[in-house]
Write a protein that binds this ligand. Structure first.
Ligand code: NZQ
Ligand code: ZN
Length: 385
């Protein structure tokens, strides 16, 4: 097992009717900015519940954080916090709102142009405001991790950053809040969580026996409950499991002490930045082609995945590997997510600009062996058409 340093200070409050706990979780003298997305939090009553729980604290609102939150929008929130001397942020929404709030938390005290936070992938963050979250969409794990992804519209760049200073102080996870999600977002959430596990599992054996079995358990749970989350949308137990699995998929636990890949995500971010394709859909397109292309270096783990996750125990090794990749693709399709670039209207001519963007963003040595060069990314994208 590799050496690791595991740190996760986020308090999780999980279960039915837990938003009222904000009354004790947010410091009583805090000057709070509540950040949210479009209209969903207001329409489904979550925002009103949050405001009630905050009682007579000083509270201001900032709505309009878009899916794939933009630097341009978030800088307006930064200006508001600075102008009005607010000192506590509360995100109400999905990954985009929580990620956006992490950026605002780090940008408010940042000396200099805050885009440097993204350009340095978080290395330049030395201070951040405290913040909490009320999660309304199980998918990204942002509610219990220290990463965020921000899009600069002007530069057409979608870049991640990470810092130990941007873990949420707490996150409230009430699975009932997912009942209003459209099917497409539930499907996105299942696939995003699945690929988060794969990025930390499907590399090469590193002796992380518990990490592997934990990862396999999360994958099997997603395969079991994903279709049920679509078929029986008001089933609390299914939504509760989905919410907790998505959090566990990316809270650092299964990735501690093992190699990680993340090439699928980095290539996917370029597809979102250039073509506006939902994050999870980009992953569903790239992962099967990446596993096929990189099957030699991932061979041992692919065989383990075939055996333990898909119970493929018969036949020759090549057949089991191909079977596992085919089942992965079929699972995404079963969730209603198309897995070919052509399904999103892209063709061969779209690939060269994506490679240029990967190069411009320094994404030239991706994967657990740093062997996913721009040429390899090109081959993966071509195989995804
Ligand atoms: O904007 P509103 O009106 O609120 O609608 C949102 C949005 O349109 C809607 N929604 C959220 N909760 C709802 C709801 N609609 C009805 N009922 C509810 N309860 O869902 C839409 C999508 O929301 P969004 O937050 O964009 O989705 P998601 O949670 O999938 O987040 C995606 C973002 O997270 C980043 C992605 O790159 C993308 O920008 N990621 C963040 C990660 C992290 N911080 O660790 C890791 C991930 O790999 C990912 O990259
Ligand atoms: Zn993701």
């Amino acid at each position: 097992m590799q050496n690791f340093d595991f740190y996760n200070p986020t308090q999780i409050i999980f279960g039915k009717d837990t938003i009222g706990r904000l009354a004790e979780l947010v410091p009583s003298e805090a000057r709070v900015l509540v950040l949210f997305g479009g209209e969903s939090a207001r329409k489904n009553g979550t925002l009103a519940e949050v405001l009630t729980a905050l009682g007579d604290r000083h509270v201001q609102e900032f709505g309009g954080i878009e899916p794939n939150p933009t630097y341009e929008t978030l800088m307006r929130a930064v200006a508001l916090v600075r102008r009005d001397g607010l000192d506590f942020l509360l995100a109400v929404g999905g990954g985009s709102v929580i990620d956006g709030t992490k950026f605002v938390a780090a940008a408010v005290p940042f000396a200099g142009e805050p885009w440097q936070i993204l350009e340095s992938f978080g290395a330049k963050v030395s201070k951040a405001l405290p913040f909490g979250s009320v999660l309304t969409l199980p998918a990204t794990g942002s509610e219990m991790n220290n990463g965020a992804v921000v899009t600069n519209k002007a530069l057409q760049a979608k870049l991640p950053f990470r810092s130990p200073l941007v873990f949420p102080c707490f996150s409230i996870l009430d699975p009932q809040k997912t009942f209003t999600l459209p099917e497409s977002q539930i499907a996105n959430g299942v696939v995003d969580a699945f690929v988060h596990v794969m990025e930390q599992y499907l590399t090469y054996p590193a002796g992380g026996l518990a990490q592997d079995r934990f990862a396999e358990g999360l994958l099997q749970t997603l395969i079991e409950i994903g279709p049920k989350a679509l078929a029986t949308p008001n089933d609390y137990e299914v939504r509760a499991n989905l919410m907790w699995v998505a959090t566990l998929a990316l809270n650092g636990l299964i990735g501690a002490g093992v190699p990680q890949d993340w090439a699928t995500h980095m290539i996917g971010h370029e597809l979102t930045a250039a073509h506006g394709i939902d994050h999870a859909r980009t992953l569903a397109v790239i992962l099967p082609s990446l596993l096929t292309h990189c099957q030699q270096s991932k061979r041992a783990k692919l065989l383990q995945y075939a055996d333990r996750v898909w119970q493929l125990k018969e036949g020759d090794e090549q057949g089991r590997i191909e079977g596992a990749i085919a089942r992965t693709r079929a699972f995404f399709e079963q969730m209603g997510i198309a897995t070919r670039l052509a399904d999103y209207g892209l063709d061969q001519a779209d690939i060269a600009p994506l490679i240029s963007q990967l190069e411009a963003h320094g994404m030239t040595a991706l994967g657990e062996h740093r062997s996913v060069t721009p040429e390899v990314s090109r081959a993966i994208l071509e195989a995804s058409l």
